[in-house]
Design a protein around this ligand. Sequence first.
Ligand SMILES: C[S@@+](CC[C@H](N)C(=O)[O-])C[C@H]1O[C@@H](n2cnc3c(N)ncnc32)[C@H](O)[C@@H]1O
Length: 217
Amino acid sequence: MVSPGMRRYAKRTDAQATLVGEPGSAPVDPEALFGRRAPLRLEIGAGHGEFVSQMAGAHPDHDFIANEFEHIRVTKIAHKCLKSGVTNARIFAGPAETFLPRLPTGAFERIYILFPDPWPKHGHRRRRLVNLACLRQLTRVAAPGCRFVFASDTHNYACQVLSNLTLLPGCWRNVQAPAGYRIDIPTRFPTVFERHKKAEGCTIMYVIHERTGSPAP
Ligand SMILES: C[S@@+](CC[C@H](N)C(=O)[O-])C[C@H]1O[C@@H](n2cnc3c(N)ncnc32)[C@H](O)[C@@H]1O
């Protein structure tokens, strides 16, 4: 059900549509998309777009590609970017599972997955987005030195990501060794879920890895 606050995003304006990427399965060409060659950042599951719109505004010399499953949220993200004068972000609707294979290999300097749907019930964990197949795709699209930032208040999800990253030996370096993660770090542009979860008193786990130069499996 669409909440009253979201209804105005049900229809996309022409201006909003200029920031929304083509659906389908064609490869995404960032240079064609932005009309320039700039360092690239990627956000998956961008939600209401606070993070990508603010990060893009703070880094006008970088280009941002965001993916979000829900079309109505994609329109809201485009609205937020336009409102803050951001031109260096493009948003693609649909599932990350079909979107990630469209992205170029070794292209991204930062990848963010912040508070993905937690699927806390044991029997539902196989629905989690950041599984080994997803991490393989991220390994492919990450440039050497790329930082992958994952955050969740669902601790066994963060541990699952940490564990799955060990199944890509040599591809990622944990920058938070020896603990392997950080708890409740202050963040510059907190997402909607981050603010809600912190307000509820939840402990947030942040997992940050850096891509090595080893070829992706
Ligand atoms: C819990 S929300 C978090 C949103 C935002 N990152 C935040 O922290 O506020 C998870 C988001 O991931 C999106 N999502 C869920 N499954 C997805 C998928 N397979 N591909 C892309 N986005 C997905 C949801 O629509 C939702 O907007």
